[in-house]
Design a protein around this ligand. Structure first.
Ligand code: GTP
Ligand code: MG
Length: 463
C-alpha cells in the first residue's frame, strides 16, 4: 500500500481504504514526487532526544526521503504537549500564518500526536497534518519492495492510523448528525456527502477484516522465516545493525562484493539480505543487512517487522555500525541499543564499528565512544580502512568456541565434505578406501549441528 501523505484528507473517508490497493512505486512518478510542500514543527519537550543544535534536521531528512519539499520550519519549547493542538495558542496562530505565507499543503510534526490533536490542528491550519510516525510509515510504504515488507508496512499503517480514522469518522458522524449534508460538505468537501453512517460502518469492517487478514499472512511469513533462519543455524551468522544511513549496506557491499542499494537517504534498505562472507583461508560466515533503526521508532513497526529482523535476532554476532561523522552519533547509538533491547537482542555478542572515519571531523567523539564501549573498531566502509582488523576480529569470534576433532567422511558424501571444509580449519587429511579422515578445528555448535544433519559424519575423537 502506498499510504500517500496525500491520502489523509478528510474527504478521503468514503474511499475504499488504501490498504486494499496494490502497491505502486511513487518514485516512478516523478511529477507527483515534489507536489507536497511541508512546514515542519517540533515541540521540544524536556528530555527530548532530538539534536538541540538542529532540532528539525532529522525530520527534514525524513521528509526528503518521502519526496516532500520542506518550505518552513518552526520550533516551540514546552513542558508538555498542549492537549488540544500540541502547541500554545500564540504559536498555533503563528503556524496558521506561516502555512499561508509559505503555501505549505502539509504540516509535519516531529512529535507523535493523538488523533484528536491532529483533527484540531487540521481544522486550524486548513491542511493535512502528519506526525513523525506517520511520516516514517509513509517512507516504509514507499520503499517496501518484497511482499513480506509490503504486508508488514500495511499492517503497521492500518494499526497506527485506525484510531485516527475512527476519530475522523466520529467527527464526520457528529457533523452529519448535527447539520446534515451541508455541514459535512463544508468540512469534507466533495465526496463526503452520501450514504453517511452506513458507509462508515462498511469502511470500519473493511479495515478490521483487512487487519485480521494481514495478521494471518504475516504469521505465515514469520513461520517460514523462522524455519529459514533455523535451517542455517549450523552456520556462523553475523548481522549488521545500526541507525539508518550509518553505512550498513555500503559495508556489506565492500565485504562481500555485493550490490545492495545504498543511498544518502533515510531507510534506503527495508528488506533483509543475507550473503556469504568469505573471511579467507576457506572460512566463510553469513552476513545479513537489514532495515536501519531510528529514534522513537513506532512500536507497531518494530512488531510488524519481526520477520525482517529475524536474522538479527538469531545472529551469533552483531556488527553495530555507527556513523561517527554525525554530530548525533552518541544519541543514535543509544537509540539502536534501545531497539535491540526491545527485540531481546541485548545479550548477543556485539562489535561496535565507528564508520565513516574518513569524514569524521571530531576525533574526540570516536575516542570517547571507544572508552565507553567494549570491542570498538574504527572503519571506513567507503575507503576500506580498518576492514582487515574487522575481518581478523570476526574470524577470531567465528572460531570462538572451537575444538580440535578427528572426523571420518565417506567418499560419496561430497556435500558434507564441502560444508565441513567451509566451516573448519582442516589441518590434515588421510585417505582410506571408503573414507577420508580429517583433523580439523571447528566451532563446537557447528560440529554438533552437522552431526545432526549428516549421520554419515563420524567423530573419532575431539578435545
Ligand atoms: N564518507 C563515507 N561515506 C559513507 C561510508 N559508508 C557509507 N557512506 C555513505 O553513507 C550513505 C548511507 O550509506 P548506506 O550504506 O546506504 O547506509 P545504511 O546504513 O545501509 O542506510 P539505511 O539502509 O538507510 O538504513 C551513502 O551515501 C554512503 O555512500 C564511509 O565509510 N565514508
Ligand atoms: Mg541500507
Amino acid at each position: 500500500m502506498r499510504h500517500s501523505i496525500r491520502s489523509q484528507q478528510p474527504s478521503d473517508h468514503r474511499e475504499t481504504p488504501r490498504s486494499t490497493r496494490p502497491v505502486r512505486d511513487p518514485f516512478g512518478d516523478d511529477s507527483a514526487k515534489r507536489l507536497e510542500r511541508a512546514a515542519l514543527v517540533s515541540v521540544l519537550l524536556p528530555g527530548t532526544k532530538a539534536d538541540l543544535r538542529n532540532p528539525l534536521g532529522e525530520l527534514a531528512s525524513l521528509a526528503e526521503s518521502a519526496g516532500v519539499k520542506v518550505v518552513d520550519m518552526m520550533v516551540q519549547k514546552r513542558m508538555t504537549l498542549s492537549p488540544k493542538t500540541g502547541l500554545g495558542k500564540g504559536k498555533l496562530a503563528e503556524l496558521v500564518e506561516r502555512v499561508t505565507e509559505s503555501k505549505a499543503n502539509v504540516v509535519i510534526f516531529d512529535n507523535d500526536l493523538a488523533p484528536r490533536q491532529i483533527r484540531e490542528l487540521e481544522e486550524a491550519v486548513g491542511c493535512k497534518v502528519l506526525d513523525r510516525s506517520e511520516l516514517i510509515l509513509d517512507i516504509f510504504a514507499l520503499r517496501a519492495k518484497t511482499r513480506e515488507a509490503q504486508l508488514q508496512v500495511e499492517l503497521a499503517q492500518l494499526e497506527y492510523t485506525a484510531p485516527r480514522l475512527r476519530g475522523l469518522w466520529t467527527h464526520l458522524e457528529r457533523i452529519a448528525g448535527a447539520g446534515g449534508g451541508t455541514a459535512a460538505g463544508a468540512v469534507g468537501g466533495v465526496g463526503t456527502r452520501g450514504p453517511g453512517e452506513r458507509q462508515i460502518e462498511i469502511d470500519r469492517r473493511v479495515v478490521h477484516d483487512r487487519i485480521s487478514f494481514l495478521r494471518r499472512e504475516i504469521e505465515e511469513v514469520d513461520k517460514r522465516k523462522q524455519r529459514e533462519v533455523q535451517s542455517r543455524s549450523d552456520q556462523f551468522t553475523v548481522s549488521l545493525v545500526g541507525y539508518t544511513n550509518s553505512g550498513k549496506s555500503t559495508l556489506l557491499n565492500k565485504l562481500t562484493q555485493s550490490e545492495q542499494y545504498t543511498a544518502d537517504l533515510l531507510f534506503a534498505t527495508l528488506d533483509t539480505k543475507t550473503v556469504r562472507w568469505s573471511l579467507g583461508e576457506g572460512r566463510a560466515v553469513l552476513l545479513s543487512d537489514t532495515v536501519g533503526f531510528i529514534r522513537d521508532l513506532p512500536h507497531h513497526l518494530i512488531a510488524s517487522f519481526k520477520a525482517t529482523l529475524e536474522e538479527a535476532i538469531h545472529a551469533n554476532l552483531l556488527l553495530h555500525v555507527v556513523d561517527i561523522s554525525s554530530p548525533t552519533a552518541w544519541q543514535q547509538m543509544e537509540s539502536v541499543d534501545e531497539v535491540l533491547k526491545s527485540l531481546g537482542c541485548e545479550n548477543i555478542p556485539q562489535l561496535t564499528l565507528l564508520n565513516k572515519i574518513d569524514v569524521a571531523d571530531d576525533v574526540s567523539l570516536a575516542e570517547m565512544l571507544g572508552r565507553h564501549r567494549a570491542d570498538v573498531l574504527q572503519i571506513s566502509a567507503l575507503t576500506g580502512e580498518g576492514l582487515d582488523a574487522l575481518i581478523a576480529e570476526v574470524t577470531r569470534r567465528a572460531k570462538g568456541d572451537a575444538l580440535d576433532a578427528t572426523v571420518r567422511i565417506p567418499h560419496h558424501e561430497g556435500k558434507l565434505m564441502t560444508e565441513l571444509c567451509g566451516l573448519s580449519d582442516v589441518r590434515s587429511r588421510r585417505y582410506t578406501d571408503e573414507a577420508v579422515e580429517l583433523d580439523i578445528r571447528i566451532n563446537r555448535a557447528q560440529l554438533r549441528q552437522l552431526q545432526g544433519r549428516y549421520p554419515a559424519l563420524s567423530v573419532l575423537q575431539s578435545h
